[in-house]
Design a protein around this ligand. Structure first.
Ligand SMILES: Nc1ncnc2c1ncn2[C@@H]1O[C@H](COP(=O)(O)OP(=O)(O)OP(=O)(O)O)[C@@H](O)[C@H]1O
Length: 273
């Protein structure tokens, strides 16, 4: 199961206090976002710090509502959180007192799946992320990469249509990160989910995305959408050192470079204000 996502003129403003006064002012985090993500597509969002990437994911998750515009999931507006969307954050967000198995089952408890079926399903998805044999370990007995695999298994087990990933591999070492990227691509191919993935890493964006959406500095707008045509990445050993990979990396770096400089200037203005 997967779903089509449509952002239609989405803006998000926050009320913020004016420093040194009781007054509030409006702060535009993202502005006029129009974007379609196809069923089963893997889209990566990149942009300078503070450009509104997490805000967009919160909107998709239904944790906040747009100030303008709407987000449609298979044509229906998102009005709140739901089991049709699963989220994986940078921090593992696992329950420390539950085993890997217990954490994955936890995700299923809200869905009304009977207990025995929950256990089977949890085992199935722990197997999918390569954790067979680790079912009974608690989070503190697992490595960072393994914990993130549990988080992915937990999100997939209740069969959401969309997987939302907010820098899920940012806290991991380079090798673990690369192997989890490959694993995620294999899981995506097997499950056919629509994936929206946020990262600060250009390499990660090129490696994972079928399209990379480059956002402008604050307020976040779509600067450019770059289609990445690298074929089936799971079948190529040394993709990251290929010339096409380098070309995409350079293209996105170019697009981001100006925006990052602008974002740094904005930060200086805020600090100096
Ligand atoms: N609840 C809130 N109230 C006020 N401002 C907010 C709120 N949430 C986010 N912001 C502001 O909106 C802007 C976008 O934040 P967001 O976290 O979406 O950016 P980001 O691109 O994910 O940043 P980073 O890459 O650093 O994680 C920031 O300037 C942030 O301070």
């Amino acid at each position: 199961m997967s779903a089509h996502i449509a952002f239609r003129g989405v803006s998000k403003r926050f009320e913020v206090k004016v420093r040194g006064s009781r007054q509030h002012t409006e702060f535009t985090a993202v502005d006029g976002i129009d974007l379609d993500v196809g069923r089963g597509e893997f889209v990566v969002l990149v942009g300078p710090s503070g450009c509104g990437k997490s805000t967009l994911l919160d909107l998709l998750g239904g944790l906040t509502a747009p100030s303008e515009g709407e987000i449609l999931l298979d044509g229906r507006p998102i009005t709140g959180p739901g089991l049709d969307r699963g989220t994986v954050f940078q921090q593992y967000a696992l329950l420390p007192w539950r085993t890997a198995q217990g954490n994955v089952e936890f995700g299923l408890e809200a869905t009304g799946v009977p207990r025995r079926r929950r256990a089977e399903r949890a085992r199935e998805f722990l197997d999918l992320v390569g954790l067979t044999g680790f079912e009974d370990r608690h989070p503190h007995q697992l490595s960072g990469g393994m914990r993130q695999r549990v988080a992915i298994a937990r999100s997939l087990a209740y069969d959401p249509q969309v997987l939302l990933m907010d820098e899920p591999f940012a806290a991991l070492d380079a090798q673990t990160r690369e192997s989890l990227q490959d694993e995620l691509l294999r899981i995506w191919q097997r499950t056919g989910k629509t994936v929206v993935f946020i990262t600060h890493s250009i390499d990660e964006a090129v490696h994972l995305g079928q399209r990379v959406v480059v956002l402008t500095s604050r307020p976040g707008r779509v600067k450019e959408v770059v289609p990445i045509d690298l074929g089936d990445r799971t079948r190529q050993d040394d993709l990251r050192s290929s010339t096409e990979f380098a070309r995409y990396r350079h293209r996105i770096w170019d697009l981001l470079h100006d925006e990052v400089s602008r974002a740094q200037l904005q930060e200086k203005e805020v600090v100096g204000a």
